[in-house]
Design a protein around this ligand. Structure first.
Ligand code: G3P
Length: 217
């Protein structure tokens, strides 16, 4: 599973990327606004911090605007993935951008039917929003399972990028459901490492080792 961080916080990204476990980054207009920085500047910095795909979302909602902005975003760095919303205009733009060799991430996906159309449009990634569906009492993880089955039925190349992740359980369930990638808030990524029995076991190991009075070096 490819692990992406859902963030524009470059200091946090640099820290967590040092684990060697961060395969890419996703951003969205809300995260860009939260950064308080010029979009192209923060996207360029993120692209320098990670080698993998960096999703940068268009702001336009019409086809021509999405194409113009998508081409501009793609010119920032070779690892930029152009993110477009799952609308008629967004999927029309996805098809043209894909034909131009620009990688695309179709976002704000909330149904399997939407995901089917995104794959037909040639999307590189589809971003089903698990947490926001759960927030509305729907079955976010069920959507991942449905998309996986549909994509496997027709051998679509589009990669399932589980998004709107709220917990380590979402990451585990997405992996079990066959998502290709998950984009994870930094705090949730940090929680993935943690288990109370690991901490308890390590404390015991360190305590017992200290009693030996030995040094490995
Ligand atoms: O950036 C895409 C997605 O992960 C955002 O989800 O619900 O945390 O805003 P959310």
């Amino acid at each position: 599973m490819q692990i992406f961080l859902d963030t524009t916080d470059t200091a946090v990204l640099k820290d967590l990327a040092a684990t060697g476990l961060v395969d890419g980054v996703t951003t969205n207009p809300s995260l860009i606004a939260k950064s308080g920085r010029p979009m192209l500047e923060v996207i360029a910095e993120i692209c320098d911090l990670v080698e993998g795909p960096v999703s940068a979302e268009v702001a336009a909602i019409d086809v021509d605007g999405m194409l113009a902005e998508g081409r501009r975003l793609a010119s920032v760095a070779q690892n930029v993935v152009v993110k477009v919303p799952l609308t008629r205009a967004g999927l029309t733009a996805t098809g043209e951008l894909s034909r131009e060799g620009i990688l695309t991430n179709v976002t704000l996906c909330f149904s399997a039917a939407q995901a089917l159309l995104a794959a037909k449009a040639g999307a590189t990634y589809i971003s089903p929003f698990i947490g926001r569906l759960d927030d509305h009492g729907a079955d976010g993880m069920g959507l991942i399972t449905e998309i996986r089955a549909i994509y496997d039925n027709y051998d679509f190349d589009t990669e399932i990028l589980a998004a709107s992740i709220r917990s380590p359980a979402h990451v585990t369930a997405s992996a079990l459901a066959g998502a290709d990638c998950a984009t994870i808030p930094p705090a949730t990524f940090a929680d993935l490492f943690k288990h109370p029995l690991t901490e308890k076991g390590l404390d015991q190991f360190m305590s017992d080792w200290a009693k030996t009075g030995q040094s490995i070096l």
